[in-house]
Design a protein around this ligand. Structure first.
Ligand SMILES: Cc1ncc(COP(=O)(O)O)c(C=O)c1O
Length: 436
């Protein structure tokens, strides 16, 4: 395939025809009817309203867990996890240096401190080999993130947690239906948080799901999510107690989002299977192209491809400039070919000013007055990964909704761009837009 061709970025014909993509979320007639039924019912909210209650039961059954709380975001679900495992102010939680910012912010919302740990460069997930060096006498929990839809290395992480008496919280916000040794993410540790944000494989507009088998943690999470009140399932006509045991938040979901999520849940396995079939086409095709490395899926895990991230190998491509320049030029070249190539989270979390400021008074001695310096070399795998990788499929046009033939065009476009890099290098470098 390594032939000289004019790149679309240099005026050639794009490899992907216009209009070949399908958009996400995939809203069908049954989704519209589910939402309209709620509007017609006149019941739009309430901790025990019918759609919320049904979503909680259906998601718990889908996973095979005892308890589920439908909440207004994945971040709220992760905050509930932090409260449910009993985190106190100043407690430390080990969080991957590369994840979405909300994983670490949920820890801070509980007054605890995220301690960042590097990731495995092949799986992009928390690297168990680097976790123990981050453990201190204040460490109380690990928060593995099943990033992009691939389960983290749970056996190794659970063994570390057991050795040090730590709780384990799964951030499964991107991993609905992914499995680890035949068990679904969300069932692998003490508790888990999922997101129902419209970009996720299970789309409810906005929303989140907290799950656990632990009845005590569940009660704590429920109090946190409704103003510190106890809101057990009510009988018809039974009145709310209005009695707050603790300071809580208003993290409740609402009926419209829950109804949409329930309707989408019926098709979740179908979307995940589509993502897997499309990823298999890309894996096969990209494996034959020099200079690009498809995502790695360890034996015993299934990936649900919320995102499909590939790495470039600058040395193999004979590129000796800044790796980010190569990445940005390849993204531009692919986009000109009609590929949905995007960047997402281009910095490791410890680089963000939010985490380099004084987090809380009890850490003043660590943080000083201004921003703490940030050294990418402290997290070499996460830093390198983000400099050399890009995502195929965007949040509005992800892999798990596309037709199979489009993936063949993606492979052709990739081969064309990498075989004609010299043309790209002559073009002016445009800043690449980041996707939320
Ligand atoms: C890994 C990860 N954790 C947490 C979240 C937070 O979910 P939400 O946006 O629903 O609050 C997200 C969602 O973007 C995520 O991708």
């Amino acid at each position: 395939m390594a032939m000289t061709e004019q790149l679309a970025a240099a005026g050639g014909t794009p490899a992907v025809p216009e209009g070949a993509h399908r958009r996400w979320p995939d809203v069908r007639q049954e989704d519209r009817e589910a939402v309209l039924r709620v509007l017609d019912s006149g019941v739009l909210c309430g901790p025990n309203a019918p759609e919320i209650t049904a979503l909680q039961r259906e998601w718990a059954d889908y996973l095979g867990v005892e308890h589920c709380l439908a909440l207004n975001s994945g971040t709220a679900a992760l905050h509930c996890c932090c409260a449910a495992v009993g985190l106190e102010p100043g407690d430390e939680v080990i969080v991957p240096a590369f994840t979405f910012i909300a994983s670490a912010m949920a820890v801070v919302h509980q007054g605890a401190v995220p301690v960042f740990c590097d990731v495995d460069p092949r799986t992009y997930n928390l690297d168990p080999a680097r976790v123990e060096e981050r453990i201190t006498e204040r460490t109380r929990a690990l928060m593995p993130v099943h990033l992009h839809g691939l389960p983290a290395d749970m056996d190794a992480l659970l063994a570390i947690a057991e050795r040090h008496g730590l709780a384990v919280i799964e951030d499964a916000a991107q991993a609905h239906g992914a499995t680890y040794q035949a068990r679904k993410t969300g069932t692998l540790a003490d508790c888990a948080g999922f997101s129902l944000n419209a970009t996720k494989n299970l789309a409810g507009g906005e929303g989140g799901l907290y799950v656990t088998d632990d009845p005590v943690g569940f009660e704590a999470a429920r109090r946190l999510s409704v103003f510190g009140e106890d809101v057990p399932p009510t009988q018809p006509g039974q009145l709310r107690g209005y009695w707050s045991h603790a300071v809580g938040w208003n993290y409740r979901n609402q009926e419209l989002s829950s109804a949409l999520a329930r309707s989408q849940l019926r098709r979740l396995d179908e979307y995940n299977a589509t993502g897997q079939a499309n990823a298999a086409i890309l894996d096969d095709g990209l494996a034959g192209i020099r200079g690009v490395v498809p995502p790695h899926v360890p034996d015993g895990s299934t990936h649900v491809y919320h995102k499909y991230r590939v790495r470039l190998d600058p040395a193999e491509l004979g590129f000796d400039g800044a790796p980010t320049e190569l990445r940005d030029r390849v993204v531009q070249g692919l986009r000109a070919e009609g590929v949905e190539a995007v960047l997402w989270q281009v910095h490791p979390l410890p680089a963000y000013p939010a985490f380099r400021r004084r987090l809380a008074p009890w850490h003043a001695e660590r943080a000083g007055e201004g921003l703490r310096p940030w050294d990418p070399q402290e997290f070499p795998a996460a830093s390198r990964l983000l400099d050399v990788s890009l995502i195929l499929g965007s949040e509005t046009m992800p892999l798990f909704i596309q037709e199979r033939p489009l993936m063949e065009r993606y492979v052709e476009a990739f081969a064309k761009v990498l075989a004609n890099l010299d043309q790209l290098l002559e073009l002016p470098l445009q800043p690449v837009e980041l996707v939320d």
